[in-house]
Design a protein around this ligand. Sequence first.
Ligand code: NAP
Length: 423
Amino acid sequence: MKSLKVGIIGFGTVGTGVYKVLKSFPNIEIKKIAVKDINKKRDIENFDLSLLTDNPYDIVSNPDIDVVIEVAGGVNPVYDILKTAIQNKKHIVSANKELLAKKGSELFALAKENNVIILYEAAVAGGIPIIMPVKTILSANKITKIAAILNGTTNYILTKMAEQNLSYDVALKQAQELGYAETNPTGDVEGYDAAYKIAILSTISFNKKVDINKIYREGITKITAQDIKSAKALGYRIKLIAMGQLLSDGKIDVRVHPMLVAKKHLLAKVDNATNSIMLSGYPVGDLVFTGAGAGAEPTSSSVAGDILVLASELETTSNPLPQTICRHNEIAEQIDIGDTYNEYYIAINASNNPGTIGIIGTVFGKHNINISTIMQNGINSDNTAEIIVITELGKEFDVQNALKELLKSDGINKIDNLLRVMN
Ligand SMILES: NC(=O)c1ccc[n+]([C@@H]2O[C@H](COP(=O)([O-])OP(=O)(O)OC[C@H]3O[C@@H](n4cnc5c(N)ncnc54)[C@H](OP(=O)(O)O)[C@@H]3O)[C@@H](O)[C@H]2O)c1
C-alpha cells in the first residue's frame, strides 16, 4: 500500500487530536507539523520534536508532501499559505470555517485550475458528517431548507440560562471557566462562527455562492433571564438558529439569530454544546444530524475521515473525489431581513395604564400584524409592566414599522427585545 504524505499546519486543539488519530494509520505518513511558537511545550507522549517547524512554507513547498492539513485558523496568513500549497499541487484538508466562508470562492477556483481538491468536513459542525453527505449521497436532492444549531458555546450558555435561571453574564462566565467559551467570546456569542458555517452549508446545499457579508447576523448577548422565563411560560426554548432557505422565486434567505423554538421541535431538545442540523430536500424529505460540533476528538474524526477517503482515492486515481469539486458559479440572490416573514416574540415595557394593550393591538393591526398571544409579566415596582406579544406570520419590515409607531404611543416606554419564533 502506498502511503499518503501529509503536512499539518497548526498543532493546537484540533491539530494534536488529528496527529493522535492519524499516527495509528500505517498508510498515513506525517512528514511535518507547522506551529507558531516552536518553543511551546507540547504535551504529547513520545513526540518527535524534529517534526515541528515554525515555517509553514516548509510544508506547502515540500515536494514530498501530497496533502496539507490546515488546522491553524483565521484568514491571514493562512490564505496565502494555502494558495501556495494549491499552486504546488497539494490537496487540502481544512477545518477553517472563517477562511472558507470568506475566501472559499478564490480557493476553490484555484484548486480547480490546479487539479487538486479541498475537503473541509470539520469546518461545519465538527464531528457531524454533513459536507460529504450533501456533496455525495444527497446530491440527487433539491435541498430547500436548513435549520441548525451550529455553535456549541452559545447553545451551552442558553441551556445553562434556562436550566439554572442564570443571567447571560453569569452563564458566559461559567462557560469560560469550564472551557466552553473563549476569553474573547465575540466570535461565538455575536453569531460570527454560526454565520461562517451556514454560509458554507447554504452554498453547497443550494448550489449558489452565498456572500457572508449579506447574511443577517444577531448573537445572544441581548437575551435576558426574563426572556428565557417568558419563553418557557409560553412553551418555548431560546436557541441560536442558523437558517438557510431556498425560496420559491429562487432567492435565498440565510441568517443567524436567536429564536423561540417550540418545546416539541427537535431543535428545542438539543442542549449543552451539542450541534444539530435539520435539512429538508426532495426526494429525501427531512433529515436530522446531531452530535458534537467541536472538541479535539470529534473534530479530528472529520479531518482524519477526509484524509483516509483521499488516501484511498489516490491509490487508484490522480483525480480524486470529483463530486467534491466546486461546480457552481451562480451567485445567490440573498434577501434582506426586512423582506422575510416570521412569527415574532416582542417584549414591550409599558406604563401600567388602562388601555395599553388596546394601543398595542391597534398599532399592530394598522401594520398588518396579527397578534396570536399576549401576556403580562406582573407589575414592576416603578409601576411599569413587561407585556409579551407573540404574533402570527408577518413581514419583518411591517413589524419594525409597527414598533417604531408603538414607541411614539402614550405609555409605551421601550421595546425590551424582539425575537423570531419557530414552531
Ligand atoms: N477547536 C475546535 O473544537 C474546532 C472545531 C472545528 C473546527 N475548528 C477550527 O480548527 C482550526 C484550529 O482550531 P484550534 O481550536 O485547534 O485552534 P488552536 O488550539 O488555537 O490551535 C491553533 C494552532 O495553529 C498554530 N498556528 C497559528 N498560527 C500559525 C501560523 N501562522 N503558522 C503555523 N502555525 C500557526 C498554533 O501554533 P502554537 O501551538 O505554536 O500556538 C496552534 O498550534 C480553526 O480554524 C477552528 O475554527 C476548531
